[in-house]
Design a binder for this molecule. Structure first.
Ligand SMILES: C[S@@+](CC[C@H](N)C(=O)[O-])C[C@H]1O[C@@H](n2cnc3c(N)ncnc32)[C@H](O)[C@@H]1O
Length: 379
């Protein structure tokens, strides 16, 4: 952690503040603005880590921070001052940065006219213990996410898993150098690809699962809608595979894949989803996702599942995965016609959920994931 700085304009906190302003007031995405801001800063590696933690933490904990702040403000502060207060409150209440340093450093970034106000509010936050009105505020999630997951998973698991997603993820690196969360590695493993098999991966970019499948010696047709993202699959296959020719990338829509029907030993659909299982990685995602957006995603996923089923050979496997724990996006999709649920457990980390399986972040330390495995019945 950096100590008090003599040059606030270039300090880690100043960089964090300017990134937060863009996120909170211009709708910028953390994962899009933060890397560029770090790149153009002249900060040390340690200070860059501090900026990352301050931006991600302040964004993630926005609701809880506002509750801490609002105890001590009468007239709502302007947007810029609120961002500053959130940044200060985050350091005071949610990091190991000493409160006096957090207050001092934050006040030094404040315009002169609000310095006294920011100083007074932050000092009171540091001094007075918080009584949280409810768990949604304390864990800093929108009510609808807490309510929906509590209804679907039970309150204890929902809250524990939401709490686990307030921590930064650790990077896991495969033996071939590809950085991929263990949950995704487990999904790829659950396809049980074998050398010589023909496999379709219908939502392939950036290629984590495609390359894991091809490493077994299987041939993989990787479908991806977005051209630039399709390029990432090829680039990653070239980078990590001994034989990149085992992967053929097709830039197409998974709802209408230009592939031969009933020709594939296995088809993986790693569908676009609400991402509510990977909130550790996307600090702002909880504030962007909406129940309405989920309705649209469910429809898209359903069309993909139907198209994918058509590609599976008699006796072949269909695997559907999403990095979310929402039932409508996973276990509530109808079983494709002609298929049966593969009842065999994919491994001890997976917990059974209806016809499928899930990974809960607080139990596995991984991303949250739901997976369904089917087999084509008719031969
Ligand atoms: C969850 S990500 C896939 C991650 C990938 N399987 C991996 O392990 O690296 C979903 C992907 O589906 C792509 N996608 C979205 N709509 C699509 C569609 N209609 N057809 C094909 N791909 C689509 C997105 O661009 C995104 O790359």
């Amino acid at each position: 952690m950096s100590g008090p700085s003599s040059n606030p304009a270039s300090s880690a906190r100043a960089v964090a503040l300017s990134v937060l302003q863009r996120i909170e007031h211009s709708g910028a995405y953390v994962h899009l603005v933060l890397p560029g801001a770090l790149e153009t800063s002249r900060l040390s590696e340690m200070d860059r880590r501090l900026v990352t933690e301050l931006v991600a933490g302040t964004t993630r904990m926005r609701r809880a921070l506002d509750a801490l702040i609002d105890r001590f403000v009468v007239d709502p502060p302007d947007a810029t001052t609120r961002t500053l207060l959130r940044l200060g409150a985050y350091q005071i209440a949610m990091t190991r940065i000493p409160a006096h340093a957090a207050v001092h450093e934050t006040v030094s970034l404040a315009p002169r006219r609000v310095r006294g106000f920011v100083n007074a509010v932050l000092r009171r936050i540091a001094a007075e213990p918080m009584r949280w009105p409810d768990r949604a505020t304390e864990l800093s999630y929108p009510d609808w996410i807490v309510e929906r997951l509590s209804d679907e998973l039970g309150e204890a698991d929902a809250l524990a898993t939401l709490e686990a997603m307030n921590t930064a993820p650790s990077a896991t690196v495969r033996s071939d150098g590809y950085v991929q969360d263990l949950a995704s590695q487990m999904v790829a493993g659950s396809v049980e690809a074998r050398s010589g098999e023909l496999i379709a991966d219908l939502c392939a970019a950036p290629g984590g699962k495609t390359t894991a499948l091809a490493r077994t010696g299987a041939h993989v047709v990787a479908v991806e809608l977005h051209r630039s993202r399709a390029g990432l699959v090829s680039a990653n296959a070239d980078r990590v595979l001994e034989d990149p020719s085992r992967v053929v990338v097709v830039n197409a829509d998974a709802r209408t894949p230009p592939l031969r029907r009933r020709a594939f030993d296995a088809v993986l659909v790693d569908a676009p989803c609400s991402g509510l299982g990977v909130l550790r990685r996307r600090a702002d995602a909880r504030w962007r996702m909406t129940p309405d957006a989920i309705v649209g995603l469910v429809e898209l996923q359903g069309s993909m599942l139907t198209a994918a089923a058509d590609l599976v050979r008699p006796g072949g496997r269909l695997i559907y995965s999403v990095c979310t724990l929402i039932a409508a996006e996973s276990i509530e999709h109808p079983i494709p016609e002609g298929f049966e649920v593969d009842a065999e457990s994919p491994g001890e980390s997976w917990r059974s959920r209806g016809p499928g399986w899930m990974l809960l972040p607080h139990l596995t330390g991984t991303d949250g994931m739901t997976m369904l495995r089917y087999r084509r019945r008719d031969r």
